[in-house]
Write a protein that binds this ligand. Structure first.
Ligand code: CA
Length: 417
């Protein structure tokens, strides 16, 4: 699957997320370009509209000058994979016009540091799952009974809820600490105010690449045909608002004020070489959730907290491979009742925690509900996120010296308005 012999004439550092094996898709803007579709290699973005303007991609050019990638993705995987493979070919061919014609090179390639990445897709519907067994066990232990941490349904279906797409923002944004109802433990009645327990959730999300009709279901076997690619995802959560409001229908205002995604959609094809065996699932699942083959993914994940004017502190190291349910099972479950899906829909993994304390994917777990504060290098402590803290999630796959990564997923918490 991995062709280690691929080598680009562009210099790519060994620790770059954007090797020749990646070739992700995104949308960028700069002082001359309002929005063009792009890919990335090393420290450059590759302007796909400019490439197609020179007839190098054999695609309808207008899909590359839209605000979002939806129209491009709607061309189907046969076409989008063709573009990705064509880019790899152009980037490996030393005789390519891109390598020979400096003026053309400068039109197509721009330093990533000189452009602004925009939202890659128009997200119609967003769903969030709850599929990490360590996360669900930790939360169940903290808030219920350690002996019965998982609720009876958990090992029979990937639990999820419908979230809100309007407040999902691309990396680099900032937002205000949310306000809402909370009920202090020592009070009989709720109070209103800024959340005091603002948390993060380390997640990934997959983006739907093929629509279905109402009544259709996607099987685990066919699910990969419907998944265009993945991004990193921070599901910011106000724990005090959540604790009071979530019964009986689940999260509402504790989650819908902001979420952050990384700007590059890494295709399922680029991630395929990093597939690993899935979590052993017992008891046996109903037939529609069974699947064959290695469907988990080995994606190293990190979370960094940076105080205002301070340094980044690594606060969590986890891995996507700890997920109990696969994306294929999540999608099969989501559609088993005939719920239709659309290109651009986003489905998030749920907080990805590992078995070790440093692998917990939320502050709630890392500080064990605030009882074990994190010590930062500047001497301060954190139980939850402080005003003006910046959180960055990073993630990459690595195998046999080949690296495929996601870039940064960064958001900053501002004081309440
Ligand atoms: Ca979540």
């Amino acid at each position: 699957m991995l062709n280690k012999n691929l080598k680009s004439w562009i210099d790519v550092k060994a620790d770059s997320d954007f090797s020749i094996h990646n070739i992700p898709f995104g949308i960028y803007s700069d002082k001359n370009v309002k929005h063009h579709a792009c890919s990335a290699i090393g420290e450059y973005i590759i302007d796909l509209f400019e490439l197609e303007s020179a007839d190098l991609l054999d695609m309808p050019r207008d899909v590359f000058e839209q605000q979002y990638l939806n129209a491009f993705i709607e061309l189907g995987k046969t076409q989008t994979n063709k573009v990705r493979l064509r880019l790899i070919e152009l980037l490996c061919d030393e005789n390519s016009i891109l390598n020979k014609d400096k003026a053309f090179f400068n039109k197509v390639f721009k330093k990533q540091s000189n452009v602004t990445m925009l939202m890659p897709v128009r997200i119609g519907d967003y769903t969030d799952f709850y599929s990490s067994i360590d996360h669900a066990t930790n939360v169940g232990t903290m808030f219920r009974d350690p002996a019965n941490a998982l609720l009876p349904n958990w090992k029979h279906l990937p639990v999820g809820y419908h979230g809100r797409a309007s407040s999902i923002r691309v990396s680099g944004h900032s937002f205000h600490r949310p306000k809402g109802q909370q009920k202090p433990a020592d009070s009989e009645v709720p109070v209103f105010g800024a959340s005091k327990l603002l948390d993060i959730e380390l997640e990934t999300a997959f983006i739907i690449g093929k629509s279905t009709e109402m009544g259709d279901s996607v099987t685990t076997e066919k699910a990969d045909d419907y998944i265009f690619g993945m991004v990193l995802f921070n599901d910011w959560s106000a724990r005090d608002i959540q604790t009071w409001e979530y019964v009986p229908l689940g999260p509402f205002l504790a989650k819908n004020f902001a979420s952050t995604i990384s700007p590059w959609i890494v295709t399922l094809e680029a991630l395929e070489p990093f597939r690993v065996k899935g979590y052993e699932q017992t008891p046996k699942l109903l037939p529609y959730l069974e699947y064959k083959g290695d469907k988990n993914l080995d994606i190293n994940l990190q979370v960094y907290l940076k105080p205002q004017n301070g340094k980044e502190n690594l606060i969590c190291t986890s891995n996507y491979k700890y997920m109990y349910y696969t994306m294929e099972q999540q999608l099969a479950h989501h559609t088993v009742n005939g719920c239709n899906i659309n290109v651009g829909d986003m489905m998030a993994s749920g907080t990805i925690s590992g078995p070790q304390p440093h692998e917990y994917g939320s502050m709630l777990e890392l500080t064990w509900r605030g009882t074990k504060p994190l010590k930062l290098e500047d001497g301060t402590e954190r139980k939850f996120v402080n005003d003006n803290d910046t959180i960055t999630i990073r993630g990459y796959c690595e195998k046999d010296g080949v690296r495929v990564g996601f870039g940064d997923c960064t958001g900053t918490l501002l004081p309440a308005k």
